[in-house]
Structure formats: C-alpha cells, structure tokens
Design a protein around this ligand. Structure first.
Ligand code: ADP
Length: 494
C-alpha cells in the first residue's frame, strides 16, 4: 500500500515538462558548482606555488649570507639576526637553522634551540634537495632549503680537466610559512562565487521553466489538434510544423486517418454491394410471384415454370449468403487456420471426381496430372475451397467440348496447383479486378453464367492466409491459367 502511494506521488515525474525542467535545472546547478570548485582550486594551487617560490628565493639569499658570515660555525651578527626575524615576521612563520649534525642552531620561536632534529625532509635536504609541503588543514607550508657552501677545487678529474667548484651542504633551513591569507582570500572568493552562483541558478531556474514550456508546447498543440479531430470538429489533416517530431506525428496520424477513410469507403461499398446482390434474387422472386398472383386461371405448366424459377432464385440467394459468410469468416484476422498434414494428391483427386459430372454435362474434358506425391501442412477445408473454386470457374467459363487441366507439382519449399482451361479468357483490363468482392467480368456471356463474384475473393484470402500466392495468365477467347503456390510448411506469425 505504502509503495503504491509513493508511486502515485511520483506520477508528476511522468510529465515531459517536469522532466525537461529537472534535467536542465540539475545540469545547471551541477555545472555552476563544479565551476566554483575548479576556480577556487586553481586559485589555491597558484597562490601556494607562488608563495613557495617567493620564500625559496628569500631563503637562498639568506643561505648565502649565513655561509659568508660563518653563522653555522658559531659566528653571529646583528644583521643576520635582523634578517632572520624579518623573514619570520614577513611570512608569519618560524625559521629553524639546523647544522649538518642535525642540531638546531637557531629557532626564531626560541623553543627548539640546541635540540636535535631527525626528520626525513631534513636528511633529504642535507643531500642538496629542496622540499616543500602544503598543509591546507592547518594553513601552513613547511619548506626546507639546504645551506650550500661552494668549495673551490684546485684538483683535476680523471680526464685531466679541472673538477670545477664543489657544493657541500653545511646545514638546513626549515621554515613554516603561514598561508592564512590564502585561506582568507579563498573565503572571500567563495562567498562572492556563491552570490554569483545564486544569481546564475535563478537565471537557470527561469530558463529551465521556459525551455520546458517551449519544448512541450508543440506536443500540446498536436494533442489539441488530435482532440479536435476526435471530437469531430475538424476533418482536416493536422499540421504542427513547429518541430520535426510533431511534424512526423502529424504525418503518421494523417496517414492513419486516410487509411481509415479508405477502409470506411470500402466497407460502405461492400455493404451497398451486399444489399444490391441480396436484393436481386428477392426482386425476381417478387416479380415472378406477383405475375402469378395477378393472373386468373394460370395454366399448371406456367405455375411449374415460375415456381422452378423462384426455386432457382432462392438457391442463388442461398449461395450468395453462404459465400458471404465464408468470406467474412476468412477475412477475420483472429480466425485461425486448422493446420494438419494433408495428402494433396488425394485431395485434388477427390475434388476432380466430384466435379467431373458437371464437366461432362458440357462435354468438357477434365485432366489431372500429378508430377510427384505432395504432402503439406495446410487447412484442408480452405485448400479444398481454393482448388474447387478454381476448377469450378474453369468449367463454368469454358466452351462446349473444351478442356480443363489441373497440374500438381512441388519443390522443396512450395507446392503448386496450376488450373488451365480452354475457356473464354479474361479481358486484360478486368484481370486486376477479378479478386475484388462481387466483381464479375461485365460481358453478356459472363452474366448468363451463374455466379456471385465472391469466389475468387474467398480463394485469394484463403491463399494469403497460408502465405501463398496466386497468379493468372489469360488470353481472351483462348483460355485462362491460374497458378497457386502454397508453402509446404505453415509458419504462423507471432
Ligand atoms: P463468380 O462467382 O462470378 O465466378 P469469381 O470471383 O469466382 O466469381 O470470379 C470473378 C470473375 O472472374 C468471374 O465472374 C469471371 O468473369 C472471371 N473468371 C474467373 N475465373 C475465370 C476463368 N477460368 N475463365 C474466365 N473468366 C474467369
């Protein structure tokens, strides 16, 4: 419960405006802080290194004086003492002079005089090395500088050249220099930087709010435009060209709307076609029945003839309704195929046997050629419907004494059923329409032949559900060939 409440509290974070504002604001504050820190650090480093080099110069001068005045040998002078106390006052620190026996000869604080100091820095310094160490916690720098004496060499080295002057460390100066003024300056700088930072953060705060509003504004505009369309106030294509993203959303939405319009148009056309096709047989029945009703003493033969016509029209109505139901069932995207392993050779043979009597009535020869045995995983009912429709059409749209040839073949991926006939053929401009619902080639001889115009629509739909293909080649007056290819194994899309 507690967790859900917490999550609800965080819901505001889902707002793009809040996210943009937070990101811009946090980045702004972080960079401000980092800048302040970097500037202070830089100042501190520079100030410390300046102080070190300053003190070092002073100590080198003093070291020279100490040597010339033989200070380490015990000779002292007022000038040296004054110089030492000046140095100690100037740098607000303590100066120790240590001889090469590690004994403190002078301590400006007067505490450690005569004591022995053994420290790593002092020993390193006696070897001629300058050392310096900054302690930012306690605000001081500790430095050591060797007191070097130059010995004139009158000897020559192994190569025969004069060996040159030699430097010997006679002692060490150890000095602690206060860095209080650096800390004070840093404190002042820090305070000034904080004031600046507060001003900059205020500016960043305003800029972040502005940015979040400006960036989100086009999205709000597009939502408004979508709502207008949703509420039915507008049917115009929406356009928010403020930024590329909203332009893309607008384009995608317009594409969806125009697709929906196409679907709606085709649905309306389908409904009007259905009502027209369903009404035709009923109108005929009504005309036939009325004409019988209007006449008195109708001969029995005419009665029989009219009743036969009425029965035919009822059969036609029944066929249209059945075909419609088959098509609607096929078009439903959620209707699954009932896949099983089917012997296609046997299936085609059964269909041929069933249709042979119809072909015989018009003396049409039905030939079946099976190139190889074919077994495939298909929906048996739907594939039966496909082959039956094609062979039925080949018989229906044939001429007397013609032929229909069905060939079954397969490769490693597909099996193919080719239905060729010697019939009337399909005019070139009609070929692209034959799979449309209710489309029939508008020729008087086609109109005489019984049909609903739904057969090929159902056939194509069943083939596409199997991820197969259907092609047609036709020559008017010569004949038609339908080529169907179906995968041997059905692969469902997830
Ligand atoms: P129908 O119920 O009219 O046969 P179909 O959808 O099966 O409907 O066929 C659509 C139209 O295509 C038919 O009306 C016919 O004009 C044409 N057609 C189909 N098959 C053939 C064929 N084998 N030979 C000539 N025309 C054909």
């Amino acid at each position: 419960m507690l967790k859900i409440e917490n999550l609800k509290k965080l819901q505001f974070l889902r707002s793009l405006k809040i996210r943009i504002f937070l990101i811009a604001f946090i980045i702004g504050i972080l960079s401000c802080n980092m800048m302040r820190y970097a500037i202070l650090q830089n100042y501190e480093q520079r100030a410390v290194s300046l102080r070190i080099s300053d003190v070092q110069t002073q100590l080198n001068i003093l070291a020279n004086h100490l040597i010339t005045n033989r200070y380490l040998q015990g000779t002292t002078s007022e000038a040296i003492e004054a110089e030492l106390s000046l140095l100690s006052n100037l740098y607000d620190g303590r100066v120790l002079i240590i001889n090469n026996n590690l004994k403190v000869v002078k301590d400006t604080y007067g505490i450690s005089g005569g004591k022995t100091i053994i420290s790593e820095e002092v020993i390193r310094c006696l070897k001629g090395e300058n050392t310096s160490q900054y302690d930012p916690e306690n605000n001081f720098i500790e430095m050591t500088v060797p007191i070097m004496e130059t010995l004139e060499a009158d000897e020559v080295d192994e190569s025969g050249k004069p060996a040159g002057p030699q430097y010997v460390a006679r002692g060490v100066m150890l000095i602690s220099v206060s860095t209080d003024y650096i800390a004070v300056t840093m404190d002042i700088l820090n305070r000034k930087a904080l004031v600046m930072e507060a001003i900059v953060i205020l500016a960043i705060f305003s800029a972040s709010i502005l940015a979040s509003f400006v960036i989100v504004r086009p999205f709000e505009k597009i939502t408004d435009a979508l709502n207008q369309v949703k509420a039915g106030y507008s049917n115009e294509p929406i356009s928010v060209p403020d930024c590329l993203e909203t332009e893309h959303i607008g384009d995608a939405f317009n594409a969806v709307i125009s697709r929906m319009k196409v679907l709606d148009d085709s649905r309306q056309e389908f409904v009007s076609n259905v009502s027209h096709e369903l009404r035709t047989p009923i109108t005929s029945i009504k005309v036939l029945a009325d004409s019988l009703r209007m006449q008195d003493d109708v001969p029995v033969e005419l009665y029989k003839e009219f009743m036969e016509d009425i029965a035919n029209e009822i059969d036609r109505e029944d066929k249209i309704i059945n075909d419609l139901l088959a098509l609607i069932k096929m078009d439903r995207t959620d209707s699954d195929l009932n896949i099983s392993q089917v012997d296609i050779n046997a299936l085609v043979e059964v269909i041929m046997r069933r249709l042979r009597p119809i072909a015989l009535k018009r003396d049409i020869e039905l030939v079946y050629e099976s190139v190889r045995p074919v077994a495939a995983s298909v929906d048996e009912v739907k594939i039966t419907l496909v082959i039956t429709n094609l062979v039925e059409n080949a018989i229906k749209y044939n001429k007397e004494h013609g032929w229909v040839k069905v060939t079954l073949d397969a490769d490693h991926q597909f099996f193919s059923v080719v239905v060729a006939d010697s019939g009337m053929g399909i005019p070139e401009d009609s070929i692209e329409h034959i799979y449309e619902r209710f489309y029939r080639v508008d020729k008087s001889h086609s109109r005489e032949i019984d049909g609903t115009g739904l057969g090929l629509a159902i056939t194509r739909s069943a083939i596409l559900k199997h991820r197969g293909s259907i092609k047609v080649v036709s020559e008017e007056g010569e004949g038609t060939t339908f080529i169907v290819k179906i995968p041997l194994t059905y692969i469902a899309v997830s």
